[in-house]
Design a protein around this ligand. Structure first.
Ligand SMILES: NC(=O)c1ccc[n+]([C@@H]2O[C@H](COP(=O)([O-])OP(=O)(O)OC[C@H]3O[C@@H](n4cnc5c(N)ncnc54)[C@H](O)[C@@H]3O)[C@@H](O)[C@H]2O)c1
Length: 339
């Protein structure tokens, strides 16, 4: 596959300029560009630049509001409710995690619900901000229909990621950030766009037959992790991020690439809390916990038992030293959007 290399700083400036051209403020363009660059650097290509054109198309078709009047309603010192006014999801999530951090720093726990938002990319990106402030965090968002509820013939749940982050007493945070589908939809879209196959056992075509064809998978259904257990987790995320927040739920979140008939009205929930709520020596205890697990005898071929987030941290460190490689198709999108 043909790829171009671009310096991170130059690429970031280009993205900022594109978002500004589409009407975002300097600050909102910067927040959005940072999130997209981070996705590229951690290797989550399905949530990176391959989505830039989609965001711009949605702004152009007035289903993302480039100049949102975001309202933060303080329910208590710990709890806030944000109406994102159909902003680009990155901005809503950035404001929400900062609010959740502040609430937790004041009271021990912060809970922030967001409605009228859009796709915000990687939950772990926001989790890391809280963990860097020495807070534990749990983050949920719903997404457009991709996964069939257990026993149903039709997709309804999104790939609804579940995210949990905690400080570890070392510089690498523990961040479990996983879709409830066998693979995330961004990876399937990326494969479809670049004529790649997807792994076996992750999707069915529209006739219910297993497929490795990414385009057929997009028309069919994705399979949840662990059968009915994954379906239950997806449902939980839809309740926490959709039903509870005032966001869309029960399959009403619009597909950002295909449905321009209105805003997505995605909901998110951010929960953050201090590590010393119940014990004074959390750092010592978490270090002991990780050390015990890492010292277990290993399966052949495994050098290290890694905790969630370690792989992405290592990738980010490695990739930050290099130019960003982007696909020709993404480069073409950039050129079109710039001019
Ligand atoms: N905004 C949305 O609508 C949306 C929807 C779905 C997914 N996403 C995002 O997509 C991203 C990717 O999701 P995914 O399910 O493909 O993630 P993934 O499968 O790459 O990783 C899932 C988790 O497993 C951990 N992990 C991976 N390899 C490991 C190993 N060898 N040992 C221990 N832990 C390991 C990772 O650190 C991560 O926490 C996430 O950041 C998620 O938030 C966003």
């Amino acid at each position: 596959m043909e790829k171009d290399k671009l310096k991170t700083g130059i690429l970031k400036k280009e993205i900022i300029n594109i978002f500004k051209k589409f009407g975002l403020s300097n600050n909102h363009a910067l927040i959005s560009a940072n999130a997209l660059i981070n996705a590229e650097l951690v290797g989550a290509y399905g949530h990176g630049l391959s989505r830039l054109k989609m965001y711009c198309d949605r702004i152009k078709k007035k289903v993302i509001n480039p100049k949102p009047k975001i309202k933060i309603k303080k329910i208590s010192q710990s709890i806030s409710h944000i109406d994102a006014d159909n902003s680009i999801g990155f901005v809503a999530a950035d404001i929400a995690i900062k609010e959740a951090i502040q609430n937790a720093q004041k009271t021990g726990i912060g809970m922030v619900a967001v409605k009228n938002s859009g796709h915000y990319g990687l939950s772990g990106y926001y989790a890391e901000q809280a963990v860097r402030k020495n807070l534990i965090t749990m983050i949920y968002t719903n997404a457009p229909p991709a996964v069939a509820p257990h026993g149903a013939l039709k997709s309804l749940f999104g790939t609804n990621p579940i995210c949990f982050g905690t400080p570890t007493g070392s510089k690498i945070p523990f961040i479990l950030d996983t879709s409830i589908s066998m693979i995330n939809r961004g990876k399937i879209r990326f494969a479809a766009k670049n004529n790649q196959k997807i792994p076996e056992g992750v999707a069915l075509d529209k006739f219910g037959k297993p497929t490795t064809d990414a385009k057929k998978a997009l028309q069919g259904v994705q399979l949840p992790i662990a059968g009915f257990r994954g379906s239950g987790l997806a449902w939980m995320v839809d309740i926490l991020s959709g039903v509870l927040t005032g966001g869309n739920h029960a399959g009403r979140v619009k597909d950002p690439f295909e449905d321009f008939s209105g805003p997505q009205n995605i909901g998110h929930l951010f929960i953050t809390f201090k590590t010393n709520l119940f014990v004074k020596n959390y750092n010592t205890r978490i270090k002991d916990n990780i050390r015990k697990i890492k010292r277990l005898p290993k399966v052949r071929g495994i050098k290290e038992i890694m905790y969630p987030g370690q792989n992405k941290y290592i990738r980010l460190k490695m990739n930050s030293k290099k130019d960003i490689k982007i696909l020709k198709s993404t480069k073409n999108d950039l050129e079109i959007l710039k001019n």
